[in-house]
Design a protein around this ligand. Sequence first.
Ligand code: BTN
Length: 250
Amino acid sequence: MSWPAGYARVELDEVDSTMAEAARRAPEAAGPVWIFAHRQTAARGRRGRAWVEEDGNFAATLLLPVAGPAQHLALRSFVASLALVDALVAVTGRAEPFSLKWPNDVLLNGGKVAGILLESHGGRGAGGAAHLAVGIGVNLRAAPGAEAVEPGAMRPVALLPETGADVAPEDFLEHLAEAYARREAAFRTFGFDPIRQAWLAGAARVGETVTARTGTSATTGTFETVDPSGHLVLSTPSGRIAVAAADVFF
Ligand SMILES: O=C(O)CCCC[C@@H]1SC[C@@H]2NC(=O)N[C@@H]21
């Protein structure tokens, strides 16, 4: 494996959360940096949930300086999902057990093996460059128990028991960093559409009935596509609806 040019790397034995570490480092970060930790004591997931990290699992945050329109920030979740699958395919030698769930979960044999959390830091105007923090957790060795997730959420699974692939987190980082750099370069050169097409090609449940839930509402419909803004498009009895942010239930 080779480490991607232009990306720095920080390795920590223990940290509260690599997202918190990214926030602390953002004001000083000049270029992209991977913040990798062997252990997190306060890992967080999407929508204010905790992220349960078993020993031997993977946790890192990529702190990425970003320019360009604010709407492009959220599209990095598709870039990161594709890079994650690339890395998982590289370490297992198998593509068929992996699929993608909007907006940015990676599934293995239909269970959730990895999650991504995006946070942004810094101003976007005259003075300040913005940073995006792309946090990635992968159940490499062990999955948390079903009680760690809310009712109806995907069952957590782990790479080792599901595939037999025994991958050290620091080795996984090398595959992921290389894959991310490649996907990020493609995004910057060719824009979102090829990323969107690749994501849709790997997506689970396209054409099937799904429910998108926010804190206050639930919309059930046929999962048609992801639009050029990265929104989930559902066809419902009252028409086509584009959902910007939600949790999806199958
Ligand atoms: O809820 C999700 O699916 C997203 C989980 C993201 C977990 C990762 S682990 C590395 C980084 N540090 C954190 O505290 N969270 C993210």
